[in-house]
Unconditional design. Structure first.
Length: 229
């Protein structure tokens, strides 16, 4: 059975690329060429540019994967000619003219959610006291502490910049719905993916399901690489 051999992984807000290590190891062991993009988190445009640079360098058919806010990035960057399929991992999936914030406001926030208002620099932080339960309740306190310490600075404008052209309208799309997510409630994930007719897989896990449930998430990425080839 043929499969697309190139996978590009895009992290979201309040995180960095190191969270993909478990997925990276599984995919590498299965013969994939894996690229972990450093999402600058400064703007939607900057994130798309970072992904496009990686896709240009690969120069071959690729499956593009995004977690959380990374879903906004891949929705726009997925229009790149080398992208054959998209995978949304507990990720935002806006349509044309839509923003991540619009979707986040379609359901009440969980009590564990710790997203704070933007500061004087336009940066949004996550409440340190809520980070473990709100982002990665199924990881150890030590792993949660590392994630908090290593996260990138997320600029609020990324949340409110609308998508110009949603790639999921023209490319096969797959998704992981994290059933215990306290940052993007599962009902929001369901609504987005149902609207787009995205093939979705339910996985019991926190918002950081890509770290806590690496095998299940990797299985979805591998399936996308086979179905899209």
């Amino acid at each position: 059975m043929s499969k697309i051999k190139n996978i590009v992984l895009v992290h979201g807000a309040f995180a960095d690329g190191s969270g993909w290590r478990g997925i990276y190891d599984i995919l590498k062991a299965n013969g994939y060429n894996v690229t972990v993009v450093h999402n600058p988190l400064t703007s939607l445009e900057d994130g798309v540019q970072a992904v496009n640079i990686a896709l240009d360098k690969i120069g071959q058919s690729t499956v593009l994967v995004g977690h959380s806010y990374g879903g906004v990035i891949i929705t726009e960057a997925g229009n790149h000619q080398n992208v054959e399929a998209l995978v949304y991992v507990a990720a935002f999936q806006p349509g044309d003219g839509e923003t991540a914030l619009q979707w986040l406001q379609t359901a009440p926030a969980a009590p564990e959610n710790g997203v704070l208002p933007a500061d004087e620099n336009g940066i949004i932080y996550y409440d340190k006291d809520k980070y473990h339960m709100g982002i990665c309740a199924d990881l150890s306190p030590e792993d949660a502490d590392f994630m908090y310490a290593s996260q990138g600075a997320f600029y609020a404008k990324g949340f409110v910049t609308p998508i110009k052209k949603a790639a999921w309208k023209s490319k096969p799309s797959y998704a992981v719905i994290a059933t215990e997510d306290k940052s993007i409630p599962p009902e929001i994930q369901e609504a987005m993916y149902k609207r787009s007719k995205t093939a979705s897989t339910y996985v019991k896990g926190s918002h950081a399901v890509y770290i806590s449930q690496t095998e299940a998430v990797a299985d979805v990425i591998i399936a996308a690489s086979v179905h899209a080839s």
